[in-house]
Write a protein that binds this ligand. Structure first.
Ligand code: ARG
Length: 407
């Protein structure tokens, strides 16, 4: 009988390389690696060679950047998806797509199992496992293997294991800090080392996408983002793809020190963890779309959106991407953004991202209603009648029950 196959989510890093060997030995399975490119930059260079070195029978590399942007990042942007108000959910939005690709790959190569590199302490295992189980619920069940959650090796034992397996590890000098980093187009999450002390300021070497304020240009830069129905489509009047737009903004805003987040975060598994993020483009785009909404949505739409946005953000964080409720809220967001078409002008300077202008053919800002000048068209007299009825219940209660003059 042919050996069973396992598709392993593979980054080429030490943990996932050891995992490939470990799965083969522990489960006696053939390993097919799958590296999905979510825009993490040069990380995937040489990944096929490393997979072969670890004994993988096949190595798949899939570029899913466009799908990531159009089906995950932009819906998240429309929904105002910011966990606890600060985290743009870069990792959390990437996981469901990775889970989807793992299932697709498993079906394609006829695998009976899939594997990911998550430990038992984080949110990512929940996102992967829930995603995989939900997506495969209709067909043959897929076994989920999570080596780092199962093997119980310490860092030093991992190194020994790797050496015994003859794996070449990228050696890092002992004086250098090794952070645990997860990155994609939408941002990078940095954990570990000195960051575990919440009183210690993140060392400069934790950051790589954003400049420290002291090194940013003295001159501010202005950028105009064009939106169509809540989707960013242009920079400074030039139409660009979503992937390009995010890449350009990451570089531009990072240069001006925009996008550093230092946060104590509530993990789904109950742990509070110190998280450092760099998400320059996400900060710019969230700031921009919020500014556009203030012009194109009614007050009530804004309020309902804000409420649903909080629920949506928690759902994305908690690994509930593939649920009907998440789909329902996304449909509301699409509908609420029907008229979010227009431009937002922002100024980037010394770590700040400030809105300095917004315009839309559908802007609800009506100059003649808002102005105090001679073209004022607001009916001042009807205000008196409005307030009379508006304050009626408060006045009635004061008259009959509370006499607020003496209380
Ligand atoms: N705390 C973030 C989240 O749960 C990021 C985790 C990323 N992992 C890492 N190794 N830095 O979405």
């Amino acid at each position: 009988m042919a050996r069973e196959k396992c598709v392993l989510a593979y980054s080429g890093g030490m943990d996932s390389t050891i995992s490939a060997v470990w799965i083969r030995e522990r489960y006696d399975m053939n390993v097919v690696t799958l590296s999905v490119d979510l825009g993490a930059g040069p990380e995937l260079i040489g990944v096929k060679e490393r997979a072969a070195q670890a004994g993988a029978v096949e190595s798949l590399v899939w570029d899913v950047k466009d799908e990531f942007v159009n089906e995950y990042i932009f819906p998240g942007l429309k929904a105002g998806a910011m966990y606890e108000g600060v985290y743009a959910l870069s990792t959390a939005l990437g996981r469901p797509l990775m889970a989807k690709k793992l299932v697709e790959a498993a079906r394609q190569v006829g695998a009976s199992a899939v594997a990911h590199g998550c430990t038992g302490k984080g949110n990512d295992q929940v996102r992967f496992d829930s995603g995989i189980m939900t997506l495969s619920a209709h067909g043959d069940p897929l076994r989920i293997i999570a080596p780092a959650r199962e093997w119980g090796m310490t860092r030093d034992e991992e190194k020994l294991y790797a050496a015994k397996a003859g794996l070449e590890l990228r050696e890092v000098g002992s004086d250098q800090r090794v952070y645990s980093i997860d990155r994609n187009l939408w941002g990078q999450a940095i954990e570990g080392e000195d960051l575990e002390d919440t009183w210690v300021e993140p060392p400069e070497d934790a950051y790589s996408w954003t400049k420290p304020i002291a090194d940013t240009p003295d001159e501010a830069v202005e950028v105009t983002i064009g939106f169509e129905r809540g989707v960013p489509v242009s920079i400074d009047g030039k139409a660009v793809s979503g992937v390009k737009l995010i890449e350009v903004l990451n570089a531009m805003a990072g240069e001006h020190g925009v996008g550093r987040i230092d946060h104590i975060e509530n993990r789904l598994v109950g742990i509070k963890s110190r998280e450092v993020y760099e998400t320059p483009a996400a900060i710019v785009l969230h700031t921009a779309i919020r500014a556009l909404e203030t012009a194109t949505m009614s007050r009530e739409q804004q309020r309902v959106k804000a409420n649903l946005s909080a629920i949506y953000s928690d759902m994305v964080y908690d690994g509930r991407w593939f649920t009907e409720l998440r789909t329902n809220i996304a449909a509301f967001m699409d509908s609420a953004h029907e008229f979010s078409t227009g431009d937002v002008r922002l100024r980037l300077h010394k770590g700040s991202c400030m809105v300095v202008g917004r315009r839309s053919p559908y802007s609800l800002y009506d100059f003649d209603l808002a102005t105090y000048s001679t073209t004022d068209s607001f009916d001042h007299e009807s205000a008196t009648g409005f307030i009379d009825i508006y304050s009626l219940s408060a006045r009635t209660q004061a008259r009959i029950q509370t006499n607020r003059e003496t209380r």
